[in-house]
Design a protein around this ligand. Structure first.
Ligand SMILES: [Zn+2]
Length: 277
């Protein structure tokens, strides 16, 4: 792994607050701050409105770049019935929460898996409701690429709004759609507002620290960052069950989380160095 550390530190570097390491929130914030990050993204569970977490993050001088809306039953979006209706109501509460706490972006998945329910009018109408709610509350809705880009394309085609945006997940394009270097940017670049940067070996969605999988970062980074000005470097790594053993010999057992965030921050600097050349 080659890290070029001759960076000018121009862009905000952001990490996921909870990489799924079992530690207290104050510990997480401490490690993220001392690694050098400027801010975090916060993943929300259903009905979660983490005021205290946001306050603690900000008290430590970190920004909250976005909130990731929950997605455990996101396919219900496309199906008539109370589950989808309730889910939308929950999203609206969380968008209201983002507005109240001045978080500018919420990220949303709109499908799960290879074969979600059929694309439906009820789904499009619900997305239109969410967009209208975002417009009223001044919060950007960033849809994220997973497996089914056709659903995203249909939504972008049918829903016109300055508040409808796009979060490009580099790892998903590498492993889930396999089109990272031929991504259909003509349909997405004008909507771009944030990145999810993480790595994998192309076989599955591993959320590894950048430079630990097979993504050609030197090739892709200058291109995707040229599509829109001033997008932060947001790293979306997780400590998934299988990756605990992947990292075992890389970080010490007693200081795992601190070392993990330090390595992740180095990767963010290396990514930035491709933008300064
Ligand atoms: Zn992502």
């Amino acid at each position: 792994m080659k890290f070029l550390l001759t960076t000018k530190n121009l862009r905000k570097k952001i990490t996921v607050l909870d990489i799924l390491f079992d530690s207290h929130i104050d510990e997480k914030i401490k490690h993220i701050k001392s690694a050098g990050f400027d801010g975090v993204v916060i993943n929300l569970n259903e009905n979660e409105a983490p005021t205290e977490t946001i306050e603690a993050v900000r008290q430590n001088g970190l920004v909250v770049q976005n909130l990731h809306l929950p997605y455990s039953r996101i396919n219900d979006l496309w199906v008539n019935g109370t589950s989808g209706t309730e889910m939308i109501r929950g999203f609206m509460k969380q968008i209201e929460f983002a507005h109240a706490h001045k978080v500018p972006i919420v990220v949303l998945h709109i499908t799960s898996g290879n074969i979600p329910p059929l694309l439906s009018e009820v789904g499009i109408e619900r997305i239109k409701q969410i967009i209208a709610f975002c417009e009223d509350h001044g919060v950007l809705l960033a849809l994220e690429n997973l497996r089914r880009l056709d659903y995203l394309l249909e939504v972008y085609d049918r829903c016109e709004s300055d508040f409808l945006s796009f979060c490009f997940d580099i790892g998903h394009a590498n492993a889930l759609t396999g089109n990272l270097y031929e991504f259909p940017w003509k349909n997405f670049s004008s909507k771009l507002c944030c990145f999810h940067l993480h790595d994998n070996d192309g076989s599955s969605d591993q959320h590894l620290i950048p430079f630990m999988g097979n993504i050609d970062w030197g090739k892709i980074i200058p291109y995707i960052f040229s599509l829109k000005k001033d997008i932060p470097i947001t790293i979306e790594t997780y400590l998934l069950d299988w990756s605990k053993s992947f990292y075992t010999n890389m970080f010490s057992k007693d200081n795992f989380e601190a070392e993990f965030f330090k390595k992740t921050y180095q990767a963010a600097l290396a990514i930035e160095s491709y933008l300064n050349e």
